[in-house]
Design a binder for this molecule. Structure first.
Ligand code: HMH
Length: 221
């Protein structure tokens, strides 16, 4: 069991409320209202900008070249991810300026500032634990939504989104982040700290679930 599996096992309910959220299920089934997806995607762009800052903070909190490189890879992946958001929003007539001037929803503020605070007040390991549900969780979701492979998505309404996270590039980024987290934990975690890290992991997972919920709620409003 690597550190990620240990954290997940210790926070099962919170983790499942995130990766198996109704938003994710409806997206997989293709029944998610388009308006919920659009609200989510605009907020997710704003989310990614703050998360890019969190990965940059990870570089700053690093003392070794290997840790700085891991942060650099995470930061690059986050910025690349925003291409998907800009492309899909353009199709709906939203420019990058439109997205950037959208007000941040409370769920976006809550999640991103929580992670940034873990990085500001805690050490590098705490920051990476707070970042883990994001990058590794979306890879798991991408896999869960493609039981028959990406090609089977053919004319699925959310095929581009699902394909992004199920795709080889994103899966590789998540696998590298997971490996780095494990190495970092092996170097710097004490068992006395494990419970404290589980609390951070569980909180970030709940904030992910609330982020999905924000998208769903917007369609019912
Ligand atoms: C809210 C959220 N969590 C994780 C990811 C994956 O980077 C994302 N794009 N958005």
């Amino acid at each position: 069991m690597d550190i990620f599996d240990r954290l997940k096992a210790a926070a099962t309910d919170d983790w499942n409320s995130y990766v198996d959220h109704a938003f994710v299920r409806q997206m997989g089934a293709g029944t998610l209202p388009q308006s919920a997806f659009q609200t989510y995607l605009v907020q997710d762009y704003l989310f990614l900008i703050q998360f890019a800052r969190a990965w940059a903070l990870a570089a700053y909190k690093s003392r070794t070249p290997a840790d700085i490189r891991a942060a650099q890879a995470g930061l690059a992946a986050i910025l690349d991810e925003t291409d998907l958001h800009v492309r899909l929003c353009a199709r709906w007539g939203l420019s990058q300026e439109d997205i950037e001037s959208a007000p941040e929803h409370q769920a976006t503020v809550a999640y991103t500032r929580y992670v940034l605070d873990c990085g500001a007040a805690g050490d590098l390991l705490e920051l990476h634990v707070a970042l883990a549900p994001c990058v590794i969780g979306y890879a798991e979701i991408g896999n869960n939504l493609t039981p028959n492979g990406i090609a089977a998505l053919a004319d699925h309404p959310y095929r581009e989104w699902i394909g992004e996270y199920a795709g080889e590039v994103y899966q590789g980024v998540a696998a590298a982040a997971r490996k780095h987290l494990d190495e970092l934990a092996a170097r710097s975690m004490t068992e006395q700290r494990f419970d404290e890290l589980v609390a951070v992991f569980a909180k970030a997972s709940r904030l992910e679930a609330e982020f999905w919920q924000m998208g769903l709620d917007s369609a019912q409003a």
